[in-house]
Design a protein around this ligand. Structure first.
Ligand code: BJW
Length: 252
């Protein structure tokens, strides 16, 4: 696998990482693929294969079919809970201990934090958080009923996953911090995202407009390849540890 990754692109990337003062990393579902977490657009296997993830990840869908959407999230929570960080998560945690680095993720799986990354900016929330849909402000879960979302014992509001669905605003502070990181980075490393979902997909462009170099790591073409100075075509769990080893050597 290592031999397939372009050696010149790898060397150039190592030099950029070694020279960078401020690095911004944007990750997507692909960074967790080698942990066994299906990517968002490949998520529907087995019983879920007849559903479209983009249609389920919406408030309207939840209001129409709360049990179905809740079950989908319960299924994904169990799946992620049984996984572990992979070498890509570990490499990023290790790089952040050596360089000023802001890690911005679209992922909701918490695997960066479990690998030891601190202060991760979660643009799309967290799979393991809950919040209330139209809650009364003093919501308290009633006794659980299997297969349906918990309800508030006082107002009857439904609990919902603490993630950002299509059409919803990103958490304000997270978005502000991510944009600031993009504006001030001199290197933007984009790992494992299709680059289809905005505003996250706009961050590498912001970084580039402010003078940063952009490196994309992805085994497949992505919508952000055109923004990249360098595209490293390979799986994150293979490519990132190679970059980090190279950086150590280059800066020694
Ligand atoms: C590997 C690999 C390996 C595989 N190694 N790589 C501008 C233009 C057009 C539309 C819009 C726009 N601005 C906003 C919109 C609308 C919309 C949007 O972007 N739609 C597009 C689909 C067209 N955006 C929104 O609705 C956002 N909200 C918003 O804009 O609100 C406005 C507002 C303002 C004020 C008030 C109210 C509203 C919200 C977006 C929320 C996205 N949420 C989701 C679901 C989270 C919960 C859940 O998980 O269920 O987030 S959608 C989904 O996509 C998820 C992901 O984080 C996100 C990105 O996906 P990602 O990570 O790129 O995964 P994949 O599967 O697409 O790609 C995986 C990649 O990995 C592939 O490239 C593989 O090749 C690669 N890969 N193995 C490295 N081993």
């Amino acid at each position: 696998m290592k031999a397939e990754i372009d050696a010149q692109a790898l060397s150039a990337s190592r030099r950029l990482i070694a020279a960078a003062g401020n690095i911004m990393v944007l990750t997507g579902a692909g960074v967790s693929a080698e942990s066994g977490v299906p990517t968002f657009r490949d998520a529907m296997t087995g019983l879920w294969s007849r559903f479209n993830p983009e249609e389920l990840a919406q408030e309207d869908a939840y209001r129409r079919q709360p049990a179905l959407v809740w079950e989908w999230y319960q299924h994904r929570r169990a799946l992620v809970a049984a996984t572990h960080p992979n070498p890509a998560h570990v490499a990023l945690a290790s790089l952040s201990a050596q360089k000023p680095l802001t890690l911005v993720t679209q992922n909701v799986d918490g695997l960066h934090q479990r690998a030891g990354s601190r202060d991760v900016i979660e643009l799309h929330g967290n799979l393991f958080a809950d919040k209330w849909l139209d809650g009364c402000g003093r919501c308290d879960p009633a006794a659980a009923v299997p297969g349906v979302p918990p309800r508030c014992s006082a107002c009857g509001a439904m609990m919902r996953p603490g993630v950002v669905w299509f059409g919803e605003a990103l958490p304000r502070v997270a978005r502000y911090r991510a944009e600031h990181a993009a504006e001030t980075a001199d290197l933007c490393l984009v790992v494992g995202t299709s680059g289809l979902v905005y505003p996250a997909a706009g961050l590498p462009g912001i970084a580039k407009d402010h003078g940063a170099h952009v490196i994309v790591v992805n085994p497949e073409p992505s919508a952000l390849d055109q923004t990249a100075d360098i595209v490293l075509r390979g799986p994150a769990g293979v490519v990132l540890p190679m970059l980090w080893d190279g950086t150590q050597a280059a800066s020694a």
